[in-house]
Unconditional design. Structure first.
Length: 195
């Protein structure tokens, strides 16, 4: 079911981009597997460049993309760095095509919503969605800053790197002072014994 939904979504994107289908047509009849640890999304590339849901049998994939579920938010946050979070095994040419498509294919939500609700409503929906996303990002950043301030200033459970550095410098200075004092005491004791 998830695999079928994934294939339908990707095919929706590919249907609008002939250049993307042409790239995939070169790899027709190959099997792609996106392994999210919890679920595997498997698809065959058709002769038309569109994907077809594949059975979850033991046929080895021509290319496997392994993504840790914990990395999904990082990928969503910065899609340009997505490749650094993905482990790729198999056909290098196909992996390169998939990587390029993941960077270049974009869902035009406003265009799809316009077909259902009209241009003005779609534009407002997308604007509202973007405003909500930006608000959530600002709220997230503000919460991070507030927690950091609380744990650094009000209820010190964390220590600033500068404070650790200053403490380490002071420890070294104190150690050197103690060593000098010990040597001075030794000299005074020797001088006392000689008298």
């Amino acid at each position: 079911m998830i695999s079928t939904s994934f294939v339908l979504f990707v095919n929706h994107l590919l249907a609008k981009e002939p250049w993307a289908r042409e790239r995939l047509q070169l790899h027709a009849n190959k099997l792609v597997c996106v392994d999210l640890e919890l679920v595997q999304l498997r698809a065959n590339i058709g002769a038309d460049g569109l994907l077809q849901a594949a059975d979850t049998n033991t046929t080895p994939a021509n290319v496997s993309l392994r993504i840790k579920p914990a990395d999904l938010p990082l990928i969503a946050q910065d899609p340009k760095k997505a490749v650094s979070y993905v482990k790729i095994d198999g056909d290098a040419d196909l992996a390169n095509v998939i990587s390029g498509l993941s960077q270049d294919l974009r869902w035009e939500a406003e265009e799809d919503l316009a077909k259902l609700f009209g241009d003005i409503t779609a534009s407002r929906m997308v604007s509202s969605g973007n405003a909500v996303r930006e608000h959530l990002q600002r709220t997230h950043q503000s919460l991070k800053e507030n927690f950091a301030e609380y744990f650094l200033e009000e209820n010190p459970m964390l220590v600033r790197p500068q404070a650790v550095e200053a403490f380490a410098t002071q420890v070294v200075k104190t150690r050197d002072d103690v060593e000098r004092l010990m040597k001075r005491i030794e000299r005074l004791e020797k001088a006392k014994v000689q008298k």
